[in-house]
Design a protein around this ligand. Structure first.
Ligand code: AGP
Length: 617
């Protein structure tokens, strides 16, 4: 979603801002803009479309100033046009603002301003007007104080970043339910929506907490709460570097991230199983745990809450928790959870899964559960993110930065994280002998090598993509651990190649979806060896009998039989554990989607209409 960057204290501030916007591109956007503040004018350049439109416009009118702010906008209120792009300047030309989030009461705020002309259709512009009005009323105009006076009037979610002519080298930012990072290095002050924009300058950053306001200048950063009392943001050091955020010779981030999966899984499994004291039994541990293990032992129900790809990882987590820990698990789309009456109490564990840790639906659902005193465990990739900070315990997925909008390595590491939590819950509830846990952990350690073998299929998968790239509609079917992967395969294909795809539990086909099958239909079947393999073979025969072409994903042990029933079989290595199978079987589907999308000429890393981090409801 919208990306924000502000820099103060550098002669080439605007170049730095444009470079930061480039790094924020992955979040998804449809217009971009900057404002340079040299103390005489607020000079705004903004364009609909990709960043090239903005840089093209800047080439014709270079902006020199030591401070400025920039924005990539993902349209919510108002079409993605030049006039709706941020920054927005109030009528007196004194204050400019960029905003990520939604100001829900913008219409009443606009009405309250009387007969004023607005230059855009956005919800955000009204904030610039309100701050401008406050400055006009002040004997000694101060942007920081003016912003603090306006914030109580705003309803909704925001990270806001302001610059004003009165004090050109001061940037003021405010955060409420949308992420905002601040940093100071070598006499330069920075703010951004996420660390990716700042990693070239510093790894020491601070995430503002909800309600905090910060004054950023070349001299340093002052953070206060809404009342103006000094406050402490969440300070941390980023544990990856610029290299990790670059393409490193791959054509796309997505392909790089697919190929990083063996390492990402290895890192996620690293040092999870240790003996706390010499002589004691080895125990599994999470990264942060602020829940008493005795309370976890008394849990009688689990909700897994997540969105999109993370939800599919949660579906695998459900199988693991029910199988190993013996606790009933509901997996639910996070955006639905708080709008019904979920039965949640202190004996309910909520597992919230999010790559970014900033998905507003997931954060809100988790906080709804916490309000009812349910402990929340987060499975998160971004260290220091809102969800990770607010949860009672965190298992970090250590996948490294995921830049492509289509999630790949975050997904496989989320599955691994879910399996670890299943084992962990079994451990605290005394459901498993230490030797059993050790055996499963040892098997999980074999996943990275198996993943390397799956990645060797890339050439064969590209050929399949050539064959199927113009198929308008693809049906994915699976059972048990294959079902979440069928759903993930359909989502991947949809989101980056814009081809229609749906997933069904294979057993449901006869209850309706099989009516769609006709000669030439394409069905992708997840058919690894395992306890549902025979059932899958029957389901494959049913669609084949009605004329479908079947692409089956099998394993060493299932391929021979599959070849009799499918048009093409991709053979994966046997998974070291049936519940680890999804980590392997999703990879060919990621590669199929990638190749289909590139062959069709689509923008793989930044698919249309999508944002990497969904920070609005
Ligand atoms: C996956 O390819 C999508 N980009 C999307 O479904 C994503 O998984 C979802 O928006 C959740 O994001 P999160 O993991 O950062 O919370």
């Amino acid at each position: 979603m919208c990306g924000i960057i502000g820099i103060t204290g550098r002669d080439d501030a605007i170049d730095g801002i444009v470079a930061g916007l480039k790094r924020l591109e992955y979040r998804g956007y449809d217009s971009a803009g900057v404002v340079a503040n040299d103390g005489r004018d607020l000079r705004v350049v903004k364009r609909a479309g990709k960043l090239e439109q903005l840089t093209g416009a800047l080439a014709g009118q270079p902006l020199a100033s030591r401070a400025g702010i920039g924005h990539t906008r993902w349209a919510t209120h108002g079409a993605p046009t030049d006039r709706n792009a941020h920054p927005h300047v109030e009528p007196a030309g004194r204050v400019a603002v960029v905003h990520n989030g939604i100001i829900e009461n913008y219409q009443s705020l606009k009405a309250g301003l009387g007969d004023v002309r607005f230059a855009s259709d956005t919800d955000s512009e009204v904030v610039a007007h309100l701050v401008g009005r406050e400055l006009e009323t002040m004997d000694a105009p101060d942007l920081f104080d003016a912003v603090r006076r306006v914030l109580p009037q705003l309803r909704g979610a925001y990270s806001l970043c302001f610059t004003a002519l009165d004090d050109p080298e001061t940037i003021v930012v405010a955060k409420y339910e949308a992420p905002l990072i601040v940093a100071h290095a070598d006499g330069v002050g920075y703010c951004a929506s996420d660390v990716t924009a700042l990693i070239a300058y510093t790894r020491d950053v601070a995430a503002l907490r909800d309600g905090q306001v910060a004054r950023i200048s070349p001299d340093g950063i002052e953070v206060t709460d809404a009342e103006g009392a000094l406050a402490e943001p969440h300070r941390y050091t980023v544990n990856w570097d610029l290299d990790a955020a670059e393409k490193q010779g791959y054509d796309h981030f997505m392909l790089k991230e697919i190929f990083e999966q063996p390492q990402a899984v290895l890192d996620t499994l690293l040092d999870r199983y240790t003996a706390p004291e010499p002589g004691s039994s080895p125990r599994l541990h999470l990264d942060e745990l602020r829940i008493d293990e005795l309370d976890l032992a008394r849990i009688d129900k689990v909700f897994v809450l997540a969105c999109g790809t993370s939800l599919h990882a949660g579906m695998v987590g459900k199988l693991a928790i029910e199988h190993w820990a013996g606790i009933p698990v509901d997996v639910e789309v996070a955006s639905e959870f708080r709008y019904r009456d979920p039965i949640v109490d202190p004996h309910t564990l909520v597992i919230a899964i999010s790559q970014s840790g900033e998905t507003v639906d997931t954060i809100a659902a988790a906080s709804h559960a916490r309000d009812q005193r349910a402990p929340v465990l987060a499975i998160c990739n971004v260290v220091g993110s809102t969800l990770a900070r607010e949860a009672d315990g965190v298992l970090y997925t250590h996948a490294g930065p995921e830049v492509a909008v289509a999630s790949t390595k975050a997904f496989t590491t989320q599955i691994v994280g879910s399996l670890l939590i299943g084992l962990y819950l079994a451990q605290v509830r005394g459901r498993m002998y230490a030797t059993e846990t050790a055996d499963i952990i040892a098997r999980l350690q074999q996943i990275p090598t198996a993943l390397e073998r799956v990645l060797e299929l890339d050439g064969e998968i590209r050929e399949l993509a050539e064959r199927y790239k113009d198929t308008d509609y693809t049906m994915f079917i699976g059972r048990h651990a294959g079902l979440p992967i069928a759903m993930e395969g359909a989502l991947k294909l949809k989101e980056i190649s814009y081809l229609h795809a749906e997933a069904f539990p294979a057993g449901e086909m006869k209850h309706g979806p099989i009516a769609l099958i006709e000669p030439g239909s394409l069905v992708v079947a997840l058919a690894s060896a395992g306890h549902v393999f025979a059932k899958m073979v029957s389901n494959i025969q049913e669609v084949r009998a009605r004329g479908a072409s079947v692409l089956a994903l099998g394993t060493d042990g299932s391929t021979a039989e599959l070849k009799e029933h499918a048009d093409h079989v991709l053979t994966l290595p046997e998974a070291p554990h049936e519940l680890a199978g999804p980590v392997l079987s999703v990879v060919p589907l990621q590669l199929v989607s990638y190749h289909v999308a590139t062959l069709r000429g689509e923008d793989v890393d930044q698919p249309r209409n999508l944002a990497k981090t969904v920070t609005v409801e």
